[in-house]
Design a protein around this ligand. Structure first.
Ligand SMILES: Cc1ncc(COP(=O)(O)O)c(C=O)c1O
Length: 383
């Protein structure tokens, strides 16, 4: 598998989670689109582009099960959710209910727009270790009041690398008439996603992480009823096009000159990740996560933070660590051991986050473990 990727051969790459990694075949498809664009920019951008962009969207919509007309491509999940959060109706005193495990950029966006509207961003504390789905749901809904208007939650969290029970959250939120906004940046290509079944109001996902597309390929799904509330972040030609195709697409995707080649690779990416070989390798990575999580927790003098099963864990795990210098720990891993791995942070707790992707071998995982033991012996970086 490693040979199918462009990653440096001499780096032990345990950070698929941050920015993904693109296989050679998908990257070639990307460059082919870019070459075609440069051979005749006018023909490509004006005439052919919109048609094949629509084909790419249809392929994505089929893969995540929703209607193509309800999604638009965005470069990243922050852009997708800024479109929504900037525009969604928030009044003085309204509450947005979320958790204390959310991604920093989304926290900033909500904090900014809630402050502007006089609304409140309420973070339910999700204690770790999480005991069960039931204990999670109890803690989450502790934050519900008669002012709660919106529920915002990650489907898979960033720093703590946990799958949250969004199906159950969506069910209850819907019965309460709340607007549901889900940050699924890590979800497409990682765990199954069926938007129609989940039935949120808004969902964003990155295609350049676990779907293996090149960087700058994400999507925003918005239920039809909500789409009219959403002005574009950048007013451009799509605001009043000569010929209206689909207002939602025109507003948010028809944004002046840009290179949309990354979006065009999505059909190729789907073809890649739906082969039997890939699916088998991916399941193998998931099994390795379940097997090695307790072993790493012990090696790092830490604890596992959820039940060890596929309800909570996909292809990542995070171990809370105590270190007097987390930045130096990360630098030591990279500079002395050629290991790329993030030390994440959540509310002043540092985590050692490991991603296992199909290109990681058992030998590499054992090398990572040995390196932890050596660092513990030779430094004070892991307490
Ligand atoms: C939960 C979550 N949301 C969003 C993102 C990515 O957003 P962006 O690329 O816009 O920074 C990540 C990336 O790691 C994430 O973990």
């Amino acid at each position: 598998m490693r040979n199918q990727f462009l990653l440096d051969q001499d780096t032990y790459y345990f950070n698929h989670g941050s920015f993904g990694a693109c296989p050679k075949a998908i990257f070639k498809n990307y460059q082919d689109w870019q070459l075609e664009l440069e051979r005749n920019p006018v023909q490509f951008i004006v005439n052919k582009g919109p048609i094949i962009l629509n084909d790419a969207k249809k392929a994505l919509a089929k893969y995540i099960n929703c209607q193509a007309e309800n999604i638009v491509f965005t470069p990243n999940p922050s852009t997708a959710l800024n479109i929504v959060i900037k525009n969604i109706e928030l009044n003085k005193g309204d509450e947005v209910l979320t958790t204390d495990h959310e991604y920093g950029a989304m926290d900033y966006t909500w904090t900014y727009y809630c402050k502007k509207a006089g609304a409140n961003y309420i973070k339910s504390k999700i204690s770790t270790p999480i005991e069960s789905k039931e204990s999670f749901l109890k803690e989450f809904w502790n934050g519900l009041t008669d002012k709660t208007k919106i529920v915002f939650i990650s489907h898979i969290t960033s720093a703590s690398a946990l799958i949250f029970p969004v199906e159950e959250i969506c069910q209850k939120a819907r019965s309460l008439g709340l607007t549901i906004i889900i940050d699924g940046a890590h979800v497409p290509g990682h765990i199954p996603l069926d938007i129609e079944e989940l039935n949120p109001d808004v969902y964003t996902g990155a295609c350049h992480k676990w779907m293996l597309a090149p960087k700058g390929a994400s999507f925003l799904y918005v239920k039809k009823e909500l789409q009219r509330q959403l002005d574009p972040l950048v007013i451009s030609w799509g605001y009043a096009p000569d010929k209206v195709e689909n207002r939602f697409t025109d507003f948010h995707q028809f944004q002046g000159t840009n290179d949309f080649s990354a979006y065009l690779t999505i059909p190729k990416a789907i073809e890649f990740i739906t082969t039997d070989d890939w699916k088998k390798a991916q399941q193998n990575s998931k099994n390795l996560i379940l097997e090695y999580y307790p072993i790493f927790a012990k090696a790092l003098n830490g604890k596992t933070i959820c039940p060890i099963n596929e309800d909570f864990l996909g292809q990542m795990f995070s171990v809370p660590i105590s270190s007097e210098n987390p930045e130096l720990l990360k630098a030591t891993l990279y500079n002395q051991y050629n290991i790329e791995l993030p030390i994440t942070n959540l509310e002043n707790q540092y985590f050692f986050r490991v991603s296992i992707q199909s290109y990681n071998t058992i030998q590499e995982i054992e090398y990572l473990l040995d390196s932890i033991h050596k660092i513990k012996k030779e430094t004070n970086l892991i307490k």
